[in-house]
Write a protein that binds this ligand. Structure first.
Ligand code: NAP
Length: 281
């Protein structure tokens, strides 16, 4: 039976350390600030944003949620971002995705000052990551790397297979694993023989957004399985991309959903905000 990688517990530990760091910074009159901009009423996004605000406040970060109506134009949103780029109270700016269809996500991401891009999605930050010299790292794969570290999971020379090639998870995950000398295979919806490829993995990271897609047929005995997926089943329950009950007996380590990758994502956002406040002070 796999050891469960407890993302909630690790996140709480890191957040407690961040809270101490923030308290020390405040003694020197440095108050880390994070602004989260949300456009429209997407209910999942509203929950994510509230969770980010709660966690930010818990560690002592000055946080603001800027809620904009769904009909906000791209120009209006870009103007807002330009204001926050100049505002010294905020060391981190995050625009909650997805945005309404009439707004071009790429334009918006590129409008954020790369120095304040605590999500790590700006092409400049992506570029630094690609050349192996990251400055800001997308929070989900960053959180997963912290999990490997905390659980002493060896990556060097290991076969790592990633299912999903999004810019926010799969691609940066591949680069981070490569930097730790894993042998990385990227797979996606057009991959042939996905089960066979996945079954060769020592480290399997799944980020596709399809509930319980990965069954025991995808997993080698002793593999480390990281489940990024957040999906709702027919009863509205939060489930991962991995069929946990079936895969856990086979794996050596596994992340649950909830209390796995999710809390670590938020924690890395806070960490990058605090680090930035120190740097930009
Ligand atoms: P995304 O942008 O929708 O990308 C999904 C990826 O999965 C694509 O590359 C797609 O392939 C691939 N894919 C879809 N169906 C597949 C299949 N049947 N076989 C193989 N590959 C398949 O998703 P995302 O933003 O990376 O998110 C993925 C999941 O992670 C979602 O459930 C999301 O909610 C969750 N998530 C969780 C966190 C967290 O903090 N826990 C953070 C971010 C995302 P193509 O490129 O070929 O279309």
């Amino acid at each position: 039976m796999a050891q469960i990688i407890n993302g909630r517990e690790l996140a709480d530990k890191i957040q407690a350390e961040l809270a101490m760091e923030v308290a020390e910074m405040k003694e020197k009159n440095i108050v880390p600030g994070l602004v989260v901009i949300i456009v429209g009423e997407d209910s999942a996004s509203q929950i994510y944003v509230r969770n980010k605000e709660k966690s930010a406040e818990k560690v002592g970060i000055f946080s603001k949620i800027d809620r904009l109506p769904a009909e906000t134009t791209e120009q209006e949103l870009l103007a807002k971002i330009a204001t926050y780029n100049q505002d010294e109270h905020f060391h981190g700016i995050l625009v909650q995705l997805p945005l309404p269809a009439h707004i071009n996500e790429e334009e918006v991401i590129q409008a954020i000052d790369p120095q304040k891009d605590v999500d790590g999605f700006h092409p400049i930050n992506m570029g630094h990551l690609l050349i192996g010299k990251p400055i800001k790292i997308p929070c989900t794969p960053y959180g997963i790397m912290k999990m490997f570290e905390a659980y002493d999971i060896e990556l060097e020379g290991k076969n790592a297979v990633i299912i999903g090639r999004s810019n926010i998870v799969g691609k940066p995950m591949a680069q981070l694993l490569l930097m730790e000398n894993a042998t990385v295979t990227m797979t996606h919806s057009r991959t042939k023989n996905l089960k066979e490829i996945a079954k060769a993995a020592d480290i399997l990271v799944v980020a596709i957004g399809k509930g319980h897609f990965v069954t025991k047929e995808f997993v080698k005995e002793g593999a480390v399985v990281i489940d990024v997926g957040m999906n709702r089943d027919a009863n509205g329950k939060l489930i991962g991309d991995v069929k946990f009950d079936e895969v856990a007996p086979l794996a050596s380590y596994i992340t649950p959903v909830p209390k796995g990758v999710g809390p670590m994502t938020i924690t890395m956002l806070l960490e990058q905000t605090v680090a930035n406040a120190r740097k930009l002070k």
